[in-house]
Design a protein around this ligand. Structure first.
Ligand SMILES: C[S@@+](CC[C@H](N)C(=O)[O-])C[C@H]1O[C@@H](n2cnc3c(N)ncnc32)[C@H](O)[C@@H]1O
Length: 192
């Protein structure tokens, strides 16, 4: 996580990388679970750039949760968007508090992925959703990225789409993986 302490300003400057189409697409995946006024947890949500846009797109309340203070201080909080310092492995919310959780470009940073998954399932209501946006580590370019992340002290614990689906199935979350663009794919599943 040390990496994100000093990289936070750069991530903040990248806030506009989320196009309207990106946000609409992600909101479409979440909409079956998150009604207007519903509650979404954006875990590993960093500076909140995606969370704040999803709050508008879904007309929902979003909690951006992240363990890096330097990231979370950029979250543009409002009556609809709040920011909480938390690691994925120990989420300070009660059981079934959320309609869905999204993890974007952060799951491979979680040091205890099974523990994080248990916590994500715990805080989402039965019938709620889990969406994970990730990068498929196969291919030369991605192998270089995995190496670079490890050199930066990050776990670089990437899953292929097939392994991601299998991982969540074993946690009781049935879902599907779909390629988005390049190495990016998304998993969306329903909590039992
Ligand atoms: C590449 S950033 C992605 C931020 C944002 N989700 C996005 O898509 O722009 C990865 C984020 O994961 C967070 N992170 C790292 N380890 C974490 C953990 N154990 N639990 C929750 N978040 C974590 C980092 O602090 C960082 O903000």
């Amino acid at each position: 996580m040390g990496f994100f302490n000093w990289a936070a300003p750069a991530f903040h400057r990248l806030a506009d990388r989320w196009s309207i189409d990106d946000v609409d697409r992600i909101a479409y995946w979440l909409r079956p679970f998150v009604n207007p006024n519903g509650r979404l947890l954006d875990l590993g949500g960093g500076t909140g750039a995606l969370g704040v846009r999803l709050s508008s797109a879904l007309d929902a309340n979003v909690v951006v949760g992240d363990p890096t203070p330097q990231m979370i201080r950029y979250v543009p909080t409002s009556d609809r968007v709040s920011a909480v310092l938390t690691s994925a492995e120990d989420i300070p919310f009660a059981d079934e508090e959320f309609d869905a959780v999204i993890v974007s470009d952060a799951f491979h940073h979680f040091r205890d992925q099974p523990g994080a998954a248990r916590e994500m399932v715990r805080v989402v209501r039965s019938g709620g959703g889990v969406t994970v946006l990730e990068l498929d580590p196969t291919g030369l370019g991605m192998r270089a990225l995995v190496l670079a992340e490890k050199l930066l002290g990050e776990p670089g614990a990437f899953f292929t789409p097939e392994a991601m689906c299998e991982f969540w199935r074993a946690k009781g979350v049935e879902g599907t993986c779909e390629r988005v663009n390049g190495p990016t794919y998304r998993f969306t599943g329903t909590v039992k």
